[in-house]
Design a protein around this ligand. Sequence first.
Ligand code: ZN
Length: 181
Amino acid sequence: MSILKVARMGHPVLRTKARTLDKSELKNPVIQQFIDSMIDTMYEYSGVGLAAPQVHEGLRVFVAMLDPDGRGEGDAVTFINPEILPIGDATVEGWEGCLSIPEVRGRVPRAQHIKVSALDRHGKRFELELKDFPARVVQHETDHLDGVLFLDRMKSFESLTYLEEYSRYHTRQGDEDEADE
Ligand code: ZN
């Protein structure tokens, strides 16, 4: 396990569509070590999610701190080849940050309620139904696998804010959206 270097906006890997992983590749210890390193890297930088392209690997893998039931710290969950299906038409705007776009926050509209289907790190298919913040994290990370950054999803740049000004002017108690993804 090791802490991986995070690619920052401008690196072409962040704008490249990542490739699907074959189930058999998950038996490769190199891939398993890579997933462990992604989790370590997410913890190291206090992220709530990290996608493989953010650490220079064009693979459809991301890790996220998820607590699908709502309250609590959550656990690191690994998603391989994720597919998202929105449930209903509701979208919500919320603050996002990104380890690849340091010190910046912006408001991004996302589907409020989704179903995500993926393989776990052992190749077993699982499905999760997520709402609000966990749904936002999964949409942000899945976008990274398609070379999309949260800035691309903003309706306007009016809310774009440096972290210091965000902390000063834009946080309210109860917000759970301070973390980078
Ligand atoms: Zn990100």
